[in-house]
Write a new protein. Structure first.
Length: 338
């Protein structure tokens, strides 16, 4: 009877972080399709080999990791940079044990609990991170596969969902960076230097927003004193950080008969709409081929960028990053009587 009770207790015991790490370390390789869902929408893909090779793909860059080097590839600029790896585990939490010494990066706090994550029943493991905060790791109950994480830090909730996980051996040649023939090592580059210059006439554009409505610069200027264009994408922390200010600015621009549009050529439509909705953007965001042509006309190489255009279609200013003083000054130029 005592033996039977002991066995029953073992069967009911929930898995621990050590159990998860033991499982993950046995993987011959893994591909994780991940997506940050809060505070913005950021798709990411991780391809990992237990030999210490990894590729992390983000919306605008790819990073190739080895034990000795990390190469950052910037396809839009056809440039790459090489550096020593930082003392940080680049893998998603839950798969961190695939990285050398990664199993020591987090310590489980308390017992594994039953929970719900992304609409499904999961186990929850609370992990103490080196930075002094807690990571809530969610694991599928059926196969003990990491499902995602949630972190509350400085009043912001950061949530990532592992949308799919494929386990299998990877071709390690694809995990090593091979510079394309048209590429070059990254040099000193000032992305603001390529932006369209004040005094330049902005080419008339026609583009659709995320809801399918068509917008044309000449039509906007026929009924407005000017236009403010904000170029952004979800994974750009600077873009998201300036959104509360732009949300507050939009009604003031409307009173001054100045139109405001976002422009997003990086995100998938669904990701753009979710970020716009989450941040309550009151203005439409242009996407698709028309938005791509406009982005090229402005020569955007880094984000965020805000362009102010006057009644004649002339660029008053093109601003890289958030600069309230410059933006306010440019808007006053547009508001001034002709």
């Amino acid at each position: 009877m005592i033996l039977s009770l002991a066995l029953h207790t073992v069967l009911l015991a929930k898995p621990t972080l050590n159990d998860l790490n033991t499982k993950v370390r046995q993987f011959p390789g893994v591909i994780v399709e991940s997506e940050m869902t809060s505070p913005s929408v950021v798709p990411m893909t991780f391809k990992v080999s237990p030999s210490g090779l990894m590729v992390a793909k983000y919306p605008t860059t790819e990073q190739f990791y080895s034990k000795d080097e990390v190469v950052t590839w910037m396809p839009d600029r056809r440039e790459y940079s090489r550096a020593k790896p930082e003392d940080l585990n680049p893998l998603p939490v839950g798969f961190h044990a695939l990285w050398a010494g990664g199993e020591t990066e987090y310590k489980q706090v308390g017992e594994t609990k039953d929970a719900s994550f992304a609409g499904k029943s999961c186990y929850e493991m609370d992990l103490a991170a080196k930075g002094g905060y807690t990571i809530h790791l969610f694991v599928e109950q059926a196969n003990l596969m990491p499902k995602g994480t949630r972190v509350e830090l400085n009043g912001t909730t950061y949530e990532s969902v592992y949308k799919s996980v494929t386990v299998g051996k990877l071709d390690e040649k694809t995990l090593r960076f091979q510079p394309p023939k048209d590429s070059r090592p990254a040099g000193k580059f000032d992305p603001s230097s390529t932006l369209i210059k004040p005094g330049t006439k902005l080419t008339d554009f026609a583009a659709k927003d995320g809801m399918g409505k068509k917008w044309k610069l000449s039509s906007l200027l026929s009924s407005h004193r000017g236009v403010v264009l904000n170029f952004w994408f979800s994974a750009c922390t600077g873009c998201v950080a300036e959104m509360p200010y732009l949300v507050g600015l939009a009604p003031k621009l409307a009173k001054s008969k100045i139109a405001m549009l976002g422009v997003n050529t990086i995100d998938e439509k669904s990701a753009m709409l979710r970020t716009a909705t989450k941040n309550k953007l009151p203005y439409p965001t242009l996407i698709g081929t028309g938005a791509e042509s406009l982005t090229k006309a402005v020569s955007v190489q880094a984000y965020p960028v805000t362009v102010v255009v006057d009644k004649k279609g002339t660029v008053v200013d093109a601003i890289l990053g958030f600069d309230e003083a410059r933006l306010t000054k440019a808007i006053k130029v547009v508001e001034a009587p002709n």
